[in-house]
Design a protein around this ligand. Structure first.
Ligand code: F6P
Length: 544
């Protein structure tokens, strides 16, 4: 049972929901500009406009009050202080420490973190100018891949001759495609795996080791780094150089750790430090700003409101910058692996829906694929537009058009188009035999479709760091409100262990105890001519 203060607030929220939905109050207020004074904010160079969302000042006060009654500040501060907030794994969640200054870390007795950061950034600086190395091959999956890939695509390679390649998928076609372009003697390999037991990473790493051994049996040892919390496993695999990070850094929160080595090589240690500084600035805001002005706090509450009270099952992220094309994939792991939970911190079923589906593509590309669905489809999905005010190219007119598109889409989603407006339009491309009355219903937009605009002045390392930290903290807020643990991921286990079981059966093991349909598949794949028995090329030995 919730306590009386909480029960009262929940009743008030139900009133807000009816009020805002029934009279479309929020749409009127957003269109008139009334919502603006209250729903705008800026922190660490990230400007947020959430005035086109189904909330208002009164609701925000009650949502904020509810988060206070539920002691969000206490939980936040416990995380920042390094307490065990990941109860099911008995660990802290220490990603904030990864971007703390050297002085802050030393004061807390965390000198080892300072040393590791210095060491991996120095190594990055050395690699950037090593004439013997032409290529970095980064191997990892999930949190050991998505962050570095995002950094590379967002910030690009700066001031080094090196090229960075990624291979993470369990499908070796990805790695074979990379290796076909390279010579082992020109490469450095960065094996990223927190656990150093992830099947895909070990399969890729084994293939790379065989590929290097063919050229020179000492190369793999000389040219490979492991970034892991399990250095013993990396050593046993034959890796001589390891950057270890603590197990209280979650995989999807590990971009800031030595997992960022390949990215630091690409963008340079100073830019990597700037990324950390940007995240740190957002951390300070998150830890210090009052709740009503605290952007991650408010956005986290909005996420919960939209999911539970508005019933929106997904959220679409559309960066209007192709350099941020990998952002939706990064956020998918961050949000859905963190908050895709149905059991609360006390082991009970969660009463409400938790993480929405996160999806998206860069604009304007997305306008030519799924925006039709966003505007006129039968489900309402809030959209997050991410804008960069100044481009890093010199065509101001093209950039102006790009931003105009983002603003135009957000406005269109909100305002919609009435049948009267549709009737009053002259339309090209319509069936000439149709009357205006026949056509108009097809051209109606319901409107009242929420969106948020997030903007940074430039796509710099600082701003990217701040943006990603903003998302991390809002995920924490939502998790707190749902009373779930955002730092474990037990849901990934079952499929993995069944895959191991099936693999043993495909390799000739007994089918006893296997479900009938899976057994049929195994017979088909393991039988004559089945994929699992197809002769493999010399380069595709997965046995290790
Ligand atoms: O399967 C999920 C997961 O455990 C993610 O949480 C993690 O980021 C990814 O696999 C990779 O794990 P590791 O870094 O241990 O190889």
């Amino acid at each position: 049972m919730s306590d009386p203060a909480e029960a009262l607030l929940l009743t008030r929220l139900a009133h807000h929901r009816d009020r805002l939905q029934r009279q479309a109050v929020w749409v009127k207020s957003a269109l008139s500009g009334d919502a603006h004074q209250d729903c705008l904010g800026e922190a660490a160079g990230i400007f947020v406009d959430a005035s086109r969302q189904p909330w208002d000042h009164a609701l925000r006060l009650d949502l904020t009050q509810l988060s206070l009654v539920r002691d969000l500040p206490g939980h936040r501060d416990a995380m920042a202080a390094g307490e065990v907030v990941n109860a099911s794994e008995g660990r802290a969640a220490g990603h904030l420490r990864l971007r703390a200054t050297d002085q802050e870390l030393s004061r807390k007795g965390l000198d080892e973190l300072v040393r590791t950061r210095r060491a991996f950034l120095e190594e990055a600086a050395r690699l950037r100018i090593d004439p013997q190395v032409q290529h970095i091959v980064h191997v990892g999956i999930g949190g050991s891949d998505l962050g570095p890939r995002l950094l590379l695509s967002a910030l690009g390679i700066r001031g080094t001759h090196l090229k960075i390649h990624f291979a993470g998928n369990g499908d070796l076609h990805e790695l074979e495609g990379v290796l076909s372009l390279l010579h082992p003697a020109q490469c450095v390999v960065v094996l990223c795996s927190k656990s150093f037991s992830t099947q895909e990473t070990l399969v890729n790493a084994s293939r790379i080791r065989a590929w290097m051994d063919q050229a020179d049996s000492s190369l793999f040892g000389q040219r490979t780094y492991a970034i892991t919390s399990n250095p013993a496993a990396a050593q046993a695999f034959g890796v001589l150089r390891t950057f270890a990070f603590p197990d209280w850094v979650g995989g999807r929160y590990s971009l800031w750790s030595p997992i960022g080595l390949s990215a630091a090589v690409a963008i340079g240690p100073e830019a990597f430090e700037a990324l950390l500084a940007g995240a740190r600035a957002m951390d300070r805001h998150w830890l210090e700003a009052p709740p009503e002005q605290n952007l991650p706090w408010q956005l986290g509450l909005l996420d919960v409101w939209n999911r539970n009270d508005m019933g929106f099952a997904s959220r679409c992220v559309v960066p209007y910058d192709s350099r941020l094309a990998r952002l939706p994939a990064y956020l998918q792991q961050l949000e859905m692996e963190s908050n895709g939970k149905s059991t609360d911190n006390h082991g009970r079923p969660v009463a409400q829906s938790t993480s929405p589906l996160i999806w998206g593509e860069p604009g304007t590309n997305a306008q030519h694929s799924f925006f039709q669905w966003l505007h006129q489809g039968s489900d309402v999905t809030p959209v997050e537009f991410i804008l960069v005010q100044h481009p890093d190219h010199s065509n101001a007119e093209a950039h102006r058009k790009l931003l105009a598109n983002a603003l135009g889409q957000s406005w269109a989603l909100l305002r919609g188009k009435t049948i009267r407006e549709a009737l009053g339009e002259r339309v090209k491309g319509a069936n000439p035999e149709w009357s205006a009355e026949q056509l108009a219903p097809h051209r109606v937009f319901a409107g009242a479709r929420p969106s948020t605009l997030l903007m940074m002045d430039r796509l710099s390392p600082e701003r990217l760091g701040a943006l990603l930290a903003l998302y991390e903290h809002r995920v924490f807020v939502a998790a707190h409100m749902w009373r779930i643990n955002p730092f474990d991921q037990w849901g990934v286990e079952l499929g993995k262990s069944l895959a191991d079981d099936i693999d043993r059966r495909l390799a000739g093991g007994s089918l006893e105890g296997c479900d009938p349909q899976t057994a049929r598949w195994i017979r088909r794949l393991a039988g004559p001519g089945g994929a699992a028995t197809q002769p493999t090329g010399a380069g595709s030995d997965l046995s290790e």
